[in-house]
Ligand binder design. Structure first.
Ligand SMILES: [Zn+2]
Length: 240
């Protein structure tokens, strides 16, 4: 039986690079793979862009209404007809934007069709809340692997801070609206709490609680950088 793999990390942890490397590894050995990603906007962006500059188009996009199982089977049949080879793996980028139903379809593809599915995505949004697709992947995947990146302080980054016009914000929609100048910075827990003044999970807090800061220095309760667990250098890409 094949497995569903979820490889997750903060932003800039090399997920797309890792996925394109995995695709390359399959193809180098003469295997066929299919690449897919959710389509969360109307721009119809079909590309996968890694930070190392490698780009590649996906074989199919998944809108929220897409039957992922059926669409995979259709492209699998096309691949077999075109190359004479069955698909060896399905790779999914930006998997945090899948619906829960689509994640369940990925699990069925792995179990019923016996095709390994490798999903790559961000675990939590800028308010430290799991994306629906990521939550479901954390629930049902056979294998979880964290792809690591480094916070500005040298600790492992686990959260994604959102910046608007260069300033951190902790309120807003899970997916930033087009047209607003939004950037993200991968942060460790300490630096996130420092920037948010102790606030976590802002969207789920009672309105009266929102914005109320907690008077602690998050760094006090944490080891200094020198004794923090070692992380791989940011320049070394994660190899699947
Ligand atoms: Zn930090």
């Amino acid at each position: 039986m094949a497995k569903l793999y979820f490889r997750y990390g903060a932003m800039n942890s090399g997920k797309s690079t890792s996925m394109l490397q995995a695709a390359y590894n399959y193809e180098e050995r003469g295997h066929q793979v299919l690449l897919a990603k959710p389509s969360v906007d109307t721009k119809g962006d079909r590309g996968i862009l890694s930070r190392l500059g490698v780009t590649r188009g996906v074989d199919f996009l998944l809108t929220p209404d897409t039957d992922a199982y059926a669409l995979f089977q259709q492209h699998r049949a096309d691949t077999l007809a075109g190359t004479g080879l069955d698909v060896s793996a399905l790779l999914v980028d930006e998997a945090q934007f899948l619906t829960e139903t689509q994640v369940d379809d990925l699990l069925r593809i792995a179990i019923i069709e016996n095709i390994p599915v490798l999903a790559y995505g961000i675990r939590t949004d800028f308010q430290t809340v799991a994306f629906p697709g990521s939550r479901r992947l954390l629930e049902v995947s056979h294998s979880l692997e964290e792809l690591k990146t480094i916070c500005r302080c040298g600790r492992k980054a686990v959260f994604n801070g959102r910046k608007v016009d260069g300033a951190f914000v902790f309120d807003g929609d899970q997916v930033a609206i087009d047209g607003v100048e939004v950037t993200y910075e991968s942060l460790c827990g300490s630096c996130y709490l420092e920037e948010s003044h102790g606030v976590l999970n802002n969207r789920r807090r009672e309105p009266a609680e929102r914005g109320r800061s907690i008077d602690v220095d998050p760094h006090e309760a944490n080891p200094p950088i020198e004794s923090a667990p070692a992380c791989p250098p940011a320049s070394s890409p994660s190899i699947p």
